[in-house]
Design a protein around this ligand. Structure first.
Ligand code: SF4
Length: 340
């Protein structure tokens, strides 16, 4: 909800300012889902506001819970009829992370990604991004009494192509008067949008940066992450080096493992060299993501090949994690979000 518009409306109607705080608390602290749930307001005011302001900009259209556990996927309807997807992930006991979308579709068009195949429909507004959090938080509170501990901007879309709305959403999520999540619990994942990385370093040095690398040679990266044609690896290396120098923060390197495409021993060695050309290994966590099926010609490597690649990167001195494929049975794993 646009609280600035609501504030002017209430002022015009001669409603005392504490009513705005009641709405804000209902929205951000109690995760109310409708005007009827804002019990602190007098009923006639609630009725008037119902006609003027949509309570949430996203409406749950479908909620799928993974049978394997650890993941819940929401399809949210937007007021223009588009559908976006958002995933809650239970990565550690009682610790929930929310993967939010920033665009309807994505203009980057990575060929292994279901979102990318749809192309871009439009950017999401700040409200539409923040409301994914509020709706998921309300679900989690009702279903288990638990809360969301961290947010990652890694759902549908390239966040830095929608920088202003993403920045406003980060402010809403980290503002103690609103959601109040620490910025260290907020991560933004980019496909390598160099101007976005530079702005992000200045605006949000406390947030985490993840970069979807997937290849460390331009020819292959041009194919796997077409944004590389605009911002090739040399430019990305410089931007990441500047980011690390100015923030002193570790960068999370996302690397989807596609069997026979980017997972050979020599490609691990090239990844090592490229990362070292940016900064020392202590500044990176390499997050390996065995490919999740999205149709198309790619295959996930066998478990032992994932182990070999991970082992090599560890021997090169990097911290390495292998992403669990949470939510793959509900098409909610990395790369599988599609929306409409
Ligand atoms: S992987 Fe990310 S950047 Fe690439 S098409 Fe999918 S959503 Fe866009």
């Amino acid at each position: 909800m646009d609280l600035k518009k609501l504030s002017s409306f209430l002022e015009k109607e001669g409603v005392p300012p504490f009513r705005l705080k009641q709405v804000r608390d209902a929205l951000y602290k109690s995760f109310a889902g409708s005007w009827d749930e804002v019990a602190a307001l007098p009923a006639p005011l609630r009725e008037k506001l119902k006609g003027e302001f949509r309570f949430r900009s996203v409406e749950p259209a479908e909620t799928q819970v993974s049978k394997k556990g650890g993941a819940v996927k929401f399809a949210f309807g937007l007021k223009d009829g588009h559908l976006i997807e958002t995933v809650l992930l239970n990565l550690l006991p009682e610790k929930w992370s929310l993967c939010v979308s920033t665009q309807v579709g994505c203009p980057v068009r990575c060929p292994f990604c279901a979102t990318g195949r749809k192309g871009l429909k439009r950017n999401l507004s700040q409200e539409e991004i923040t409301d994914q959090f509020l709706a998921a938080a309300a679900y989690l509170r009702k279903s288990s009494g638990q809360k969301i501990n961290s947010v990652i901007f890694m759902g549908m879309g390239e966040p830095f192509y929608n920088y202003d709305s993403v920045a406003e959403a980060i402010r809403a999520m980290s503002d103690p008067e609103r959601i109040g999540l620490g910025q260290r619990h907020i991560s933004v994942s980019t496909a390598g949008h160099v101007p976005g990385i530079r702005r992000f370093a200045k605006d949000f040095p406390q947030c985490n940066l993840a970069v979807s690398l997937h290849a460390s040679e331009d020819v292959l990266r041009n194919e796997l992450v077409p944004l590389n044609r605009q911002y090739p690896l040399s430019q990305l290396a410089k931007a990441l080096n500047d980011y690390i120098f100015s923030t002193r923060r570790r960068v999370f390197v996302e690397y989807v493992l596609l069997d026979g495409i980017n997972n050979s021993r020599s490609q691990a060695a090239k990844l090592n060299s490229w990362l070292r050309s940016v900064a020392a290994p202590k500044y990176f966590t390499v997050n390996l993501i065995p490919y999740n099926r999205t149709g198309g010609p790619y295959k996930a490597p066998a478990k032992d090949r994932v182990k070999v690649f991970a082992g090599l990167m560890e021997e090169f001195g990097f911290e390495v994690t292998v992403r669990k494929s949470l939510g793959d049975d509900i098409a909610g794993a990395c790369g599988q979000l599609a929306g409409k």
